[in-house]
Design a protein. Structure first.
Length: 318
């Protein structure tokens, strides 16, 4: 039954009941309305209003649920669907919304994939220029300072050495940035070695970063390895810089026969959803590329846990 007929028949039933009461022997009205007749009419009016309100609430409740589902829909958290519990126009509207949501999720994943692919290409280009152009230039400057240090007066020798060390520090920083932009170890040695290098990079005085990689993991695919590495990189960087944690644990393991799971947890100050920023948005975007599930939350002892579950393609195995 359509929404129109449901609402029309609901009101018709109430009005027919009111008419039946008025023309029947139960309700009579004098030319001068008496007190008890006014009370009866007032009570009948209130009953009609209450009946209409209840009927409208029942009829329109599916629309309210659908409105809430529309407001809560998040394309970065795919898989949210509204359950069809009605029939007729409301069921058609709900199913149309679910189809639209599926299409938007697919389009968002495709556009995110193109954007992230372009981003990775740009990162590789910038990293190559930093390594080849800026790195070589700074290396030449270091060699010039070294040659100059052997020829300047002793009074200026310390200043030249200080300048040389400053340039050397800048060269090390440029190389570190280039490694972050383009994880060469990932391309050359694979994901386990890249994660070990990542742990070494973020280990510092006061912060212990440990890792555990399942040795049975093999050939996850270049795209999956890049997504896992970037999520691990972002999660570890956030924990090291913003959480105040003294310990960070990184784990990569098999999750059943058809999935792998990356977990980055820390003992810091925890996570507040209101502070969700570009870093976490980027992790969600990457998870969309693989149809992966990204969850974020605090555990009982405090701190934050980032968990990425990546399904293997059909026919893939661990």
């Amino acid at each position: 039954m359509s929404l129109f007929w449901r609402m029309f028949l609901s009101n018709a039933a109430v009005l027919m009941l009111a008419t039946g009461l008025l023309v029947g022997p139960w309700v009579t009205v004098s030319s001068t309305v008496l007190m008890h007749e006014a009370l009866v009419l007032g009570g009948g009016l209130i009953a009609m209003l209450v009946a209409n309100a209840l009927l409208f609430r029942i009829v329109l409740s599916p629309l309210k649920r659908l409105t809430k589902a529309m407001a809560d829909a998040n394309l970065l958290e795919p898989g949210q669907r509204t359950r069809v519990t009605e029939s007729g126009e409301l069921a058609e509207l709900t199913e149309t919304f679910n189809v639209m949501l599926s299409r938007l999720e697919t389009e968002r994943a495709e556009s995110s994939g193109r954007a992230l692919s372009a981003q990775e290409s740009e990162r590789r280009r910038v990293a190559r220029e930093l390594h080849d152009e800026v790195g070589q230039t700074l290396t030449a400057v270091i060699l010039q300072f070294k040659s100059l240090a052997d020829r300047v007066p002793r009074a200026l020798h310390e200043e030249v050495i200080t300048a040389q060390e400053a340039v050397r520090s800048s060269l090390d920083e440029v190389r570190r940035i280039a490694r972050r932009l383009r994880p060469g170890v990932l391309e050359d040695l694979g994901l386990p070695s890249a994660l070990r290098a990542l742990v070494t990079e973020f280990s510092a005085p006061g912060v212990t970063v440990s890792h555990r990689v399942d040795g049975s993991l093999t050939a996850l695919g270049a795209e999956a390895e890049l997504v896992l590495y970037r999520v691990a990189q972002e999660a570890t960087a956030n924990a090291a810089r913003h959480s105040g944690a003294s310990r960070i644990d990184l784990k990569l393991r098999a999750a059943g026969a058809r999935a792998v799971e990356l977990t980055v947890s820390d003992n810091g100050k925890g996570f507040h959803r209101a502070t969700e920023g570009a870093g976490l948005q980027g992790m969600r975007e990457r998870a969309l590329l693989l149809g992966a599930t990204l969850t974020l939350g605090s555990h009982g002892s405090g701190g934050t846990t980032v968990r990425l579950r990546v399904p293997l393609p059909t026919g893939g195995a661990i």
